[in-house]
Design a protein around this ligand. Structure first.
Ligand code: CTP
Length: 401
């Protein structure tokens, strides 16, 4: 599922019966994270109320050039509004509004906003079937398309007139799909699938104890956020963590042990384009975890260990179309060790971070990396925030992958 987080959308509503669907459209856009401001044509008030739209959009709804305050009239600045938006979506667009748009007839705030907007324009027409098919209307649609406006198709079915045919407004969820595709299609990782492992794994010793490590999952989360921002469909497989996932705009599967992580990873791995192993997987797990809490009186326990599956090595072995990237955490800045790990695990690239670098590694918000890609030459980066490091890594992957 893709989000519209941070996107600013103006919804222009003109006076057609399909306007009754627009509060749902606003709600769906907002659920995807968009900020929505509504501009209504004056006649659209007959079909949907500004009050409903302002409640669902959580914004003031604009309709006229001047706000109605007799003593202090306020100019509703359509130029600023047009510059604010990342997208102007006009839904429903009636024959009258399409005609005014095509002829630059700036007789209401919506048309003035349309004419002054610099952002992309998306138009969802809605009208009766004969009006829709009329050559004058089709000519207007062609004219608008020739200006670079994106014209959405109409739906087919029962119309308010009682006739059946082409002219219905696309359903709100279909319009939202088009909006998402619009924002993603220009992005470098659009239609790509990315799998990322992150965080530590915990291996049970007894019901209250485990073998684990200090990994916070922050680096893997930053890589997932960046991949999402670049348009990818992201699956994050995350070990035990203290991250806030409430705003995660991508799929997260939480796991505990290495075996659980492996199972979750290989459910997705065959279908993805990129796989990044950023997790600090415990190399060993207790051979026989105790069913009861180990008591002091039993003396100092000796815990027999067995190896965990190496998830990255299995990715390297089973990869087909996937670009596989691993991490190498070294306690010394020895890129040759990292290179050997890359070769051993058949990764396409490896990112080394060294625990000896101040500010690099597990719990901190910063990291200092060396990237070793296809040419096997180490490329060193300075100490940066993990978000900046994620950008550097994706830039390297996209150069190579
Ligand atoms: N990795 C993995 N599964 C494991 C161990 C490691 O997927 N069981 C992955 C890590 O996510 C990382 C890479 O392998 O991308 C290297 O991890 P690291 O801990 O640096 O290397 P190890 O293989 O554990 O080798 P060593 O501990 O000897 O340095």
């Amino acid at each position: 599922m893709q989000s519209l987080r941070g996107k600013k959308i103006i919804l222009g509503i003109s006076a057609g019966i399909a306007a009754y669907k627009t509060p749902i459209l606003v709600r769906l856009l907002k659920q995807k994270g968009a900020q929505v401001r509504v501009v209504l044509t004056p006649d659209a008030h007959a079909f949907v109320t500004p009050l409903t739209l302002s409640v669902v959009s959580e914004e003031e709804v604009l309709s006229s050039f001047v706000a109605e305050d007799k003593d202090n009239p306020v100019w509703n600045d359509h130029v600023a509004l047009g510059l604010w938006a990342d997208l102007l979506l006009i839904a429903p667009a009636t024959a009258n509004t399409l005609s005014a748009m095509a002829q630059a007839k700036s007789n209401n705030l919506l048309i003035a906003t349309y004419l002054s907007a610099r952002c992309p324009i998306m138009v969802a027409p809605a009208m009766d079937l004969d009006m829709y098919a009329h050559p004058a209307n089709q000519k207007n649609l062609d004219t608008l398309a020739s200006y670079g406006n994106q014209i959405l198709p109409v739906g087919e079915g029962a119309l308010a007139s009682g006739l059946v045919g082409k002219g219905r407004l696309l359903e709100p969820d279909q319009i939202v799909e088009r909006v998402i595709v619009h924002f993603n299609s220009a992005l470098p990782l659009s239609r790509k699938k990315v799998l990322i492992t992150a965080g530590p794994t915990y291996e049970k010793i007894d019901p209250v104890r485990y073998i684990g490590n200090f990994s916070s999952g922050k680096m893997g989360y930053a890589l997932a956020e960046e991949a999402h921002a670049l348009g990818a469909e992201v699956y994050l497989i995350l070990g035990p963590h203290a991250l806030d996932l409430s705003n995660a705009p991508f799929a997260v599967e939480e796991v505990v042990s290495a075996t659980e992580m492996e199972t979750a990873v290989f459910k997705k791995f065959p279908t993805v384009d990129f796989a990044i192993a950023a997790a600090a997987v415990a190399d060993f797990k207790p051979l026989a975890p105790k069913p009861h809490k180990i008591k002091k009186e039993e003396g100092i326990p000796s815990i027999e260990l067995q190896p965990n599956p190496d998830i990255l090595a299995r990715m390297g072995k089973e990869k087909k179309q996937q670009f596989v990237l691993g991490f190498a955490l070294e306690t010394q800045d020895n890129w040759k060790e990292a290179l050997a790990k890359k070769r051993r695990k058949k990764a396409d690239a490896i990112v080394m971070n060294s625990l000896t670098d101040p500010g690099a590694g597990f719990a901190s918000d910063t990291n200092k990396i060396t990237y070793i890609g296809e040419n096997e030459k180490p490329k060193r980066f300075s100490l940066k925030s993990k978000n900046e490091v994620a950008k550097d890594i994706w830039n390297e992957i996209m150069d190579q992958g």
